[in-house]
Design a protein around this ligand. Structure first.
Ligand code: UDP
Length: 355
């Protein structure tokens, strides 16, 4: 017999739950006492990121039968949907894959939910829905004109959610992440190939075998400089953007703060269904400033190589997260860029080759 939800722990299905953001959302949900069922195809996720307290199902959101099995097997109360194709650059050359996985797969997931009368849905959306912004910081009702098929797929899916809300009573909240970064003690960012700025910058800071001590310094990591001469420089994609130093500006937000926003969204979904929220810190940093901050954190040289612009990159993306603060009660715990980089660095030092 169906148990009263009030009397038992809520079961949350996290798709993409061993990917970067999904694994950390899972960790925070478990910390809060939720039960988590992860569904992941392990194409980008890592089996090492499966937390032992969570249930794990190896499946793809595009497989309707696998979804059916999950909803039959577990009494799911809500879904947090993070399984997606996410690399902006590839979305420019292979939009088919983005629309297939992010839209077709997403619809299969929604249909399985409806069939099993699961009606709470938190969606991992993106700042990429806005395209090149007309005004900064970006408010949620800013014009949406994606410049890559990744952003297009996220915007289309947000609109699909609106229709499912109106017609079928689906309760949904979309969270538009700006640049997720950072790590927890256990879990961090590890993509193959890695396309994101902060992990790439930190890889270029990893010590090689030829560490040396700065003369006259005490021992300890703070006082150790690394030679990075044998390490590939980090590519800096574009120095001719209309920004203060010519490199792109982004709003970096700690992945733990993003995870907290998911939990707040879930807790308030009855009142706030249909809303979309930007998740950023409202502070823009250029690529060069990120490299500089990483040099401070790591005490490494971090060689850079000026490279051509990367397709699909808007010049500036900075969030206004006023709405998330006011309505969700979101309070980022790690808004400082250096603290975000520091946490990513700690994780990378423990996992220099990834998981
Ligand atoms: N970037 C870079 N070198 C890299 C990776 C990224 O210069 O190795 C730049 C990229 O062009 C963009 C910014 O860093 O302007 C942030 O890129 P990322 O891929 O981290 O996130 P996105 O904003 O694309 O979601």
């Amino acid at each position: 017999m169906t148990q009263n939800i009030e009397l038992r722990t809520m079961n949350i299905l996290v798709t993409g739950g061993v990917g970067y953001v999904g694994s950390i959302v899972t960790e925070e949900l478990l910390n809060k006492g939720y039960r988590v069922i992860i569904l992941d195809n392990l194409q980008q996720g890592h089996k090492e990121a499966i937390l032992p307290e969570a249930e794990f199902v190896l499946a793809d959101i595009c497989e309707a039968q696998a979804l059916e099995d999950v909803f039959r097997r577990f009494e799911i109360d809500a879904v947090m949907h993070m399984a997606a194709e996410t690399v902006v650059e590839y979305s420019m050359t292979d939009p088919k894959r983005y629309f297939h996985n992010n839209i077709v797969g997403g619809i299969k997931l929604l249909d399985a939910m409806l069939k099993h009368k699961v009606c709470k849905f938190v969606f991992s959306s993106s700042a990429a829905v806005y395209g090149d912004p007309e005004s900064i910081p970006i408010e949620e009702d800013h014009r949406k004109l994606p410049v890559n098929s990744y952003g297009e797929s996220k915007l289309m899916f947000e609109r699909i959610l609106e229709w499912y809300g109106k017609a079928y009573g689906l309760k949904h909240i979309s969270l538009r992440y700006f640049n997720a970064a950072g790590a927890t003690k256990l879990l961090g960012e590890d993509h193959h190939p890695e396309t994101h700025l902060i992990p790439n910058v930190l890889k270029a800071a990893l010590p090689d075998s030829s560490r040396f001590k700065v003369q006259g310094s005490k021992s300890g990591s703070e006082d150790i400089k690394h030679r990075t001469l044998n390490i590939e420089p980090v590519k800096l994609f574009g120095t001719d953007y209309p920004t203060k130093d010519g490199s792109c500006i982004r709003d970096y937000v700690h992945v733990i703060d993003i995870a907290q926003a998911h939990i707040l969204a879930l807790e308030k979904i009855e009142q706030l269904s249909g809303r979309a929220y930007n998740l950023g810190n409202g502070e823009g940093y250029s690529v060069l400033e990120v490299v500089e901050a990483a040099r401070k954190v790591t005490h490494a040289e971090i060689p850079v190589k000026i490279s051509p612009r990367r397709a699909g990159d808007p010049a500036v993306l900075v969030a206004s997260s006023r709405r998330a603060k006011e309505e969700l009660g979101w309070r980022p715990k790690f808004p400082e860029l250096e603290a975000i980089i520091e946490s990513a660095w700690k994780w990378m030092r423990k996992h220099p080759k990834g998981y």
